[in-house]
Design a protein around this ligand. Sequence first.
Ligand SMILES: [Zn+2]
Length: 246
Amino acid sequence: MSGFRRVLRRPGETLPWESASALHAQPHDEDMPEIRHSNYFTPRRFYCVETICAPCGVVIAWAKFANAESPDNILQFLQTVYPTEESRPAYICIDKACLVLRHSIANGSWNMWRKTSRLIVDSYHYTNHKTTDFLCRKWCNPAPTDGSAPNLVIVEYDKDGIPHYKRAFNTQACEQLNAWLGGFDSILRRMTVGNFNWFLHTMLSYHSLMVIAKQQQRSDNTSGRSDDTSHSESDGDSDDDDDSDM
Ligand SMILES: [Zn+2]
């Protein structure tokens, strides 16, 4: 599974695939006071940044798009990162997966993607998508409980033996990455293009190394408990918010 998310979002932007209740601002969405200086670029005017990351949080790829992210840009980015059928993840989580899916069906690329992958909305944004959108509800639900996507939903039993559904993956890895990167927004906005690229790439590399180190630590701890074989932690997503019961 891959998550996919833009990093820099323009303040106050209305997104056509979201209902009105989705328009709550995150702290990093606040507009920054404009500083005019001939030596500075303000990258947010020119690009938005997209990341692809694994559910554990490791960043797989990032790219800058000119002006805005369009479904076309997203599909091209995915095509570049996953050029072959074997390389493609079974699920790709995008905040506007339904829009990208529609576009992919319309331009014919879905004939290729449908063989390997399904586009789903991350659980954070899914609640704000229109409930009347049949395509979105039918194909982009991040955790359908009708048995149509058994890899996305697992059944867990509580201490009383009562079963309940649980998300099998963290679909919000990119959202969490986004929130963390948001702290660097004001720095990034004032960088030259070269510094922007270097800084972002370095930050994402360090972030991924940290995630991998934490995984290693957790797996060392788990293997140390030789008598605890009944408890196995799923890859990296056992300790985040997205594991909440549904
Ligand atoms: Zn939708």
